[in-house]
Design a protein around this ligand. Structure first.
Ligand code: SF4
Length: 493
């Protein structure tokens, strides 16, 4: 714990936090403590805006705890379905409300000890309700942002949310607790972001120990797509899913987020911060047994081996290209298995990493086909941001062992992605290079979606790939659909 933080530095941190983020508050709509409890449960992995749209009709339909407790579960699930993970959330709401009815006369108890007896309610949810609905300084709300920023500032060394909260409660005066958490969330969301913290623009730079922040993090990590990044400092904050912010591992399953249980220790899934459009179409998939087993398998692999891409990057293809903004699907097979290459987009490598042979051939063909200049890097995030979903069939691999995570469940998951795009009314241009991709894409309805099939860019089939002009074929297909073409030129970094 942070003996290193002197009381003067701490007082300055608190004062600056207040002046940087005055009146920070949550955006959930509620009128009673019960409504705040239910809205907070629904806000896990969902935007507050969407929760508010759901609770507008939900709260009149279920006016008290008894109504939730006695509700038909299938109907309740249907009523909250737009918030995602609806089965687990319905279970959490009904479980909590049954205890409220049985033990607390149907009222939310204004004491932390009692709140913690409600199924699915841990300290974070309890703190939100107690501090906001009752004005009680019960503790400090610690979410992924508060935890990360607290560690970087040197306020805690802990990883576990409850231990972090205990450190903060020892350091921060009690009358500051209610405002401290929300202000730290805003600092974490807009400045001290998980990837690429903006230390140069941070009001705390002269005080901050920047623990765990590396030069690489501040300079070379690709930023999230603009459409999913925070726009600037705000006084209101969403309690639910951030649009495009990283979630630290310890928090993905930590408190109010009733995510699918996975056996085997730390099982951070990393999909919780995906664009809402993907969460909507894949919500059922995340709850299926095969997906839970797959997550347990990958978690076990990470404990015993090096696995690529790094955990936060596994779902980058979906993160960079939301479902509703996907215009082209380029289907790959397996992530790169050498050090530092894979970052969750097929064929793409991190900036500064030498382009592998397939990517070299892609750039060659792009130059021949459309005259595009070969960029000074192999990072394809710009294509992803322009609507090209760069999806591998298998999303993880053990280091230096190609295809080592084949047939573990990823193919089922990525089939669901292909199916969702195939079922979408708005057409998608499918690009299938090589036999593997063409086999995987065999169910695509080519009467509705243009399919560009051709040789794989690997050196083994380069003779056929070079000269196949797939990029102009994609753009011609888009034009036939009345869509603007993709700008395939990658800017230099
Ligand atoms: S100086 Fe950098 S690491 Fe420290 S709080 Fe600010 S953004 Fe975060």
């Amino acid at each position: 714990m942070p003996e290193a933080r002197g009381s003067n530095a701490l007082a300055t941190i608190i004062e600056r936090l207040k002046s940087e983020h005055p009146n920070a508050r949550y955006e959930l709509d509620w009128e009673t403590p019960l409504q705040l409890l239910v809205a907070t449960i629904l806000a896990a992995q969902c935007t507050d805006e969407r929760v508010n749209a759901v609770t507008k009709t939900l709260f009149p339909r279920y006016p008290d705890a008894r109504a939730f407790a006695n509700a038909d579960t299938a109907q309740l699930e249907e009523d909250i379905r737009p918030t995602g993970f609806y089965r687990n959330k319905a279970k959490a709401i009904q479980g909590a409300c049954r205890v409220l009815v049985d033990r607390f006369g149907g009222e939310v108890p204004p004491r932390m000890e009692d709140m913690l007896t409600l199924p699915g309610v841990a300290r974070k949810t309890a703190n939100v309700v107690l501090t906001n609905a009752f004005g009680l300084p019960s503790g400090i709300v610690v979410d992924t942002h508060v935890a990360r920023v607290s560690r970087r500032l040197g306020l805690t060394d802990q990883e576990d949310p409850e231990r972090i909260e205990a450190d903060l409660m020892r350091l921060i005066p009690k009358d500051e607790w209610v405002a401290f958490g929300p202000a730290m969330v805003l600092l974490g969301r807009y400045t001290c972001t998980a990837k690429a913290p903006q230390c140069g623009q941070c009001a705390f730079e002269d005080l901050c120990e920047k623990r765990g922040v590396t030069e690489a993090e501040t300079s070379s990590t690709p930023r999230r797509p603009a459409a999913t990044r925070g726009a600037g400092r705000q006084s209101q904050l969403a309690f639910g899913a951030d649009a495009g912010e990283e979630q630290d591992a310890a928090f993905r399953h930590a408190d109010l987020a009733p995510l699918p249980p996975v056996q085997g220790g730390d099982h951070s899934a990393g999909y919780e911060d995906l664009p809402q459009s993907w969460l909507d179409v894949l919500a059922d998939e995340f709850e299926k047994p095969y997906f839970r087993q797959l997550q347990a398998f990958v978690a076990e692999e990470r404990r015993n081996h090096q696995v690529f891409p790094p955990e936060p990057d596994v779902f980058n293809s979906l993160r960079f290209t939301p479902f509703d903004q996907t215009r082209v699907l380029l289907l790959g097979q397996d992530p790169y298995h050498d050090d530092g290459q894979a970052h969750g987009l097929c064929f793409s490598v991190r900036p500064g990493v030498k382009s592998p042979p397939s990517l070299v051939n892609i750039f060659k063909e792009l130059h021949t086909d459309l005259g595009c200049r070969v960029p000074n890097h192999g990072c394809l995030t710009t294509w992803a941001e322009r609507g090209v979903l760069l999806l591998n069939a298998v999303l993880t691999v053990r280091a230096h062992e190609p295809n080592s995570h084949k047939d573990k469940g990823w193919e089922t998951f990525t089939d669901a992605i292909v199916r969702a795009l195939n079922d979408r009314p708005k057409p998608v241009v499918f690009v299938l290079w090589g036999n593997y991709a063409q086999k995987k894409g065999r169910h695509i309805d080519s009467s509705r979606h243009p399919v560009i099939a051709g040789a794989h860019p690997s050196p083994l089939s380069a003779k056929k790939f070079l000269g196949s002009r797939p990029f102009s074929a994609v753009n011609e297909a888009l034009e036939r659909l009345g869509e603007p073409p993709i700008d395939w030129q990658l800017p230099n970094l």
